[in-house]
Design a protein around this ligand. Structure first.
Ligand code: HSE
Length: 428
């Protein structure tokens, strides 16, 4: 049997503790599957005294994750600290400089510094593995870099923030307002320390930036994404979209066209009967499309101790087996710069607005849309007791430029009683 693979684990929060538990509980299985013992040499966290409900006494303790990453008895540095800069970045850089492989769950670090870290790791002859950074327990990085390596990837889509999906489904199923559900998530501890990372679409955007880089062979470029969170979604949007046969999701979509990369993490409508439409609660779903394979749908827990530690250990096992692939699937030096497409693929749109209830109001809006070259698929006006009539329009496939032009012209009609809300209807 080969020598043991020795881990140094930095960060003993939920995922760190979950990882320690798997190493302890599954020792025999891990040995059988990799042909090596997988052991922990040392750990590091902010507080040594905290009771984490797991046995840590056999492991050396380091106050400083950089020192942990540099230890001679560590082969793989497992970074579970989080944060795009600070100690996580310093420790990963130290690990690479000391010739250690890295396993990390840190999507922000990879989305912002992935290219530089990949260049450094590949020059040092070490691997960076990050299955746990995207969609928790779903092995989507492995699917893209290994299982689908024979495909040209045409589109990557997904619901990749469990908190947002929980919030949207709670609003949908229980008729609760955004603020009520947000307060509930705060109480339940579902939100990141900075909740904007969740509800502002940033956490999910980090994940999409990583997937897009791997899928299309480009440098991971978070700034090439269009990002919009769920903060402006109202219960009316949700109920009225449902009435038209749709669900609202914070959906990531990345596709490459001749014009460049189109990548956005924005609230979208999806058909309620589709797999994405049916996705409830904090679960994640990633949809991958390749020229040979067609469409694959992966669904599972996107966060939490067990699922995220499962992904960490999948990476550790690959390293134990000696599987080393370039960080983002092809060597970092060969990754192309990301060119951001200046146009979105045409799509159907949902538009919600209120109109002053007087003769010709609807006709004026329809005329603005016609002048912009937009064809209306369906239109619905709801019964109302006020002077303003709630109106929903679903368009046929239209260019985003035309939609923006129509929405810009709508105030000139003099019949708008509220700012129109427009959302893309994603075809899946
Ligand atoms: N806050 C994230 C989520 C955790 O809700 O999915 C994993 O990034």
């Amino acid at each position: 049997m080969s020598s043991p693979l020795r881990l140094g684990i930095a960060g003993l929060g939920t995922v760190g503790v979950g990882t320690v538990r798997i190493v302890q509980r599954q020792a025999a299985t891990l040995r059988a599957r990799t042909g090596r013992d997988i052991v922990i040499s040392a750990v590091s966290a902010r507080s040594r005294d905290k009771d984490r409900g797991v046995r840590l006494g056999d492991y050396a303790w380091e106050e400083d994750p950089v020192a942990l990453a540099s230890r001679a008895d560590v082969d793989v540095f497992v970074e579970l600290i989080g944060g795009e800069d600070g100690p996580a970045k310093a420790a990963v850089e130290a690990a690479i400089a000391h010739g250690k492989h890295v396993v990390t769950a840190n999507k922000a670090l990879l989305a912002m510094h992935g290219q530089a870290l990949a260049v450094a790791a590949e020059a040092a002859g070490v691997s960076i593995r990050f299955e746990a950074a995207v969609a928790g327990g779903i092995p989507v990085i492995k699917a893209l870099t290994e299982g689908l390596a024979g495909n040209e990837i045409t589109r990557v889509m997904g619901v990749m923030n469990g908190t947002c999906n929980y919030m949207l489904t709670r609003m949908q199923n229980d008729g609760l307002a955004y603020d009520e559900v947000f307060a509930e998530c705060e109480k339940l501890g579902y939100l990141e320390a900075d909740p904007t990372l969740d509800v502002g679409g940033i956490d999910a955007g980090h994940k999409l930036a990583i997937l897009a880089g791997i899928a299309f062979g480009t440098k991971v470029d978070f700034n090439a994404l269009t990002i919009e969170g769920i903060e402006r979604i109202t219960i009316e949007d949700i109920e009225q979209a449902a009435d038209m046969g749709y669900r609202i999701k914070l959906l990531g979509v990345a596709q490459m066209s001749g014009r460049g990369l189109e990548a956005r993490m924005t609230p979208c409508l999806v058909p309620d009967s589709s797999p994405l439409g049916q996705l409830e609660g904090p679960t994640n779903m990633v949809v991958l499309e390749g020229d040979s394979v067609g469409q694959i749908v992966l669904r599972g827990a996107g966060a939490g101790e067990g699922p995220t530690a499962s992904a960490v250990m999948g990476d550790v096992c690959d390293l134990a087996r000696g599987l080393h692939i370039p960080v983002f699937g092809i060597p970092a030096a060969e990754l192309k710069d990301t060119v951001k497409s200046n146009r979105e693929t045409p799509s159907a749109y949902y538009i919600r607005m209120e109109l002053t209830d007087k003769p010709g109001a609807l006709a004026r809006i329809a005329s603005v849309m016609g002048e912009a070259g937009i064809s209306i698929d369906r239109m619905r006006q709801y019964a109302h007791s006020s002077d303003n009539a709630p109106v929903l329009i679903v368009t046929h496939k239209t260019a985003k430029d035309a939609l923006d032009a129509a929405i810009r012209s709508m105030p000139e009609t003099g019949v708008l009683a509220s700012e129109p809300v427009a959302m893309r209807i994603e075809s899946i």
